[in-house]
Design a protein around this ligand. Structure first.
Ligand code: ATP
Ligand code: HMH
Ligand code: MG
Length: 489
């Protein structure tokens, strides 16, 4: 097989839904929304629409096996899931192939009954799943009726969901996510038991009959994120967020349990080729640490800066008082919402997990942070900015330049906002680096509305500022000057 780096690729082992809203079709639409490449083993066909399942046609075991052979001979599968498996013979065949090909990061969605009530797994199939398949999985994601069958107890509330999860874990699967969509109440609770850790995920109950394929979509989202290198916990949390984002906005197609709008979460402006020099030219680097940990001030300032004409926001949280990951994720998501509304790109400093989970446009890394190669491996859709301070660093980074959206060069002047800044390189240093590269050069370090014109004259394609914005008492004027200086040169 080729030694070339492979795009994150996942596998769904499931049934086809001719109606397109559930089954492997829902899986593959979800995988596309998460920007991973999807492959499939079709375990059987259903004649199905949004009104129900009119017929089910399991595929011969030899057909199932042949598909595994083709896929595993060619692709590097980073994560996989199962959906409708129909009966004992297909469950056994799938279990055999999971072992034969040592398929890792397997999520078993133990699909048993379609929304309209049609069976998608028979009784012997359920038994074989318990005995043979679950122990090969990383995670199982039953809904309430499925959890009842797997645990042998009835479930009417969150406490019973917890008990059932432990019983299911005892069948040999290390992690269990019990989905609560079938319980009555104003909120939906999903209960996760990961090893010995537990947590509850909530969502507002959406009062719509149009939510066919929700379980399939959730597990497909989880394996997409696993394939990008997220931890199981992060993947479950982000997949639940995705559900909460798309469930309230179903597609009105068909006359029964309509379909989810899987692509809603996509980020159409984030197409690398469509980026012009202008779209990278004015970057605001900011975090809570730059605004005395005042979240409202941060969000207000970023919004104003976007309105005034900054084109990139880099969220950068440094220092001893740095807030924890959960808080940073919350802020990054809010910033993403703000930036998207103004067509401004959001980059995240250093943290690839945060960039993936917040659906940021890119990540900015320094020489000692995650390598460019590792970022491309995990999240090829992310734009990448790389800091370069010296000719030596440029030499070292030359191999990466083809993958990079811009280089951040500096500090051009002495700066007070970065405590571990390297010595200033001056306009001469900036010029020298600019002469060596084709990628856009974004100058950083001590740049303000007065010296911007000199920085542009030295060849910068754009600039990044912190205090020029945070300390400005006339923000709109400041940004106007930055724009004017860029146009003049
Ligand atoms: N009415 C609802 N409102 C909001 N979220 C819901 C609702 N029903 C389900 N969900 C969410 O959808 C996801 C799947 O849960 P659910 O219990 O519906 O799985 P499922 O029964 O396997 O779905 P499917 O039958 O489509 O396979 C979970 O993230 C859950 O929080
Ligand atoms: C083929 C298929 N798989 C899974 C489900 C569950 O949503 C369904 N309705 N149909
Ligand atoms: Mg389901």
């Amino acid at each position: 097989m080729s030694e070339k780096r492979q795009y994150p690729t996942v596998l769904t082992i499931a049934g086809s839904d001719s109606g397109g809203g559930a089954g492997l079709q829902a899986d593959m639409k979800t995988m596309q929304a998460f920007e991973v490449f999807s492959t499939c083993v079709v375990v059987g066909l259903t004649a199905q629409n949004t009104l129900g399942v009119q017929g089910a046609y399991p595929a011969d075991e030899s057909v199932v096996r042949a598909q595994f052979e083709s896929i595993m001979a060619d692709f590097e599968i980073r994560a996989a899931k199962t959906g409708a498996l129909f009966d004992e013979r297909r469950v056994k065949e799938v279990a055999k192939n999971v072992s034969r090909y040592k398929i890792k990061n397997l999520v078993v969605d133990p699909v048993m009954v379609a929304k309209g009530g049609a069976p998608l797994l028979d009784e012997d199939g359920v038994r074989t799943m318990k005995e043979d398949l679950l122990k090969r999985a990383l995670l199982v994601t039953p809904n309430i009726p499925e959890a009842e069958l797997l645990s042998g107890m009835s479930i009417g509330n969150l406490e019973e969901m917890k008990k059932a999860a432990s019983k299911i874990q005892a069948l040999g699967v290390p992690n269990v996510l019990v989905k609560g969509g079938h319980l009555a109440g104003e909120k939906v609770y999903n209960f996760a038991l990961l090893g010995s850790e537990t947590f509850v995920l909530t969502g507002e109950k959406v009062n719509t009959a149009r939510k066919h394929g929700t379980g399939d979509t959730l597990s497909a989202a989880i394996i997409s994120l696993l394939a990008k290198g997220c931890s199981l916990k992060s993947a479950i949390i982000a997949a639940n967020d995705y559900m909460n984002a798309i469930l309230p906005q179903p597609l009105f197609t068909g006359h029964g349990h309509g379909s989810l709008n899987h692509g809603l979460w996509k980020n159409p402006e984030k197409v690398r080729e469509s980026l012009t020099g202008e779209s990278l030219s004015r970057q605001l680097v900011i975090g809570l640490g730059n605004v005395q940990y005042d979240e409202q001030k941060l969000l207000g300032l970023v919004e104003e800066a976007c309105q005034a004409g900054m084109t990139v926001v880099q969220y950068r949280e440094k220092g001893e008082k740095r807030v924890d990951f959960e808080k940073r994720l919350e802020i990054a998501r809010k910033l993403k919402g703000l930036c998207a509304a103004y067509g401004v790109l959001l980059f995240i400093d250093d943290d690839v997990d945060l960039a993936i989970l917040s659906k940021a446009d890119g990540v900015h890394v320094g020489q000692d942070d995650t390598s460019v190669e590792a970022i491309v491996e995990r999240a090829p859709e992310l734009l990448i900015g790389l800091s370069i301070s010296t000719m030596q660093e440029l030499e070292k980074s030359k191999k990466d330049l083809a993958q990079i959206t811009y280089i951040g060069v500096g500090p051009v002047y002495e700066t007070t906002t970065k405590t571990d800044a390297k010595p200033a390189i001056g306009l001469e240093g900036l010029k020298a680096i600019k002469n060596q590269v084709k990628v856009p050069v974004i100058a950083i370090g001590g740049i303000n509305e007065e010296n911007a014109v000199a920085v542009y004259s030295a060849g910068a394609d754009g600039l990044a500022v912190i205090s020029a914005i945070t300390n400005s008492d006339h923000l709109i004027e400041t940004v106007k000057k930055l724009i004017k200086h860029g146009e003049a040169t």
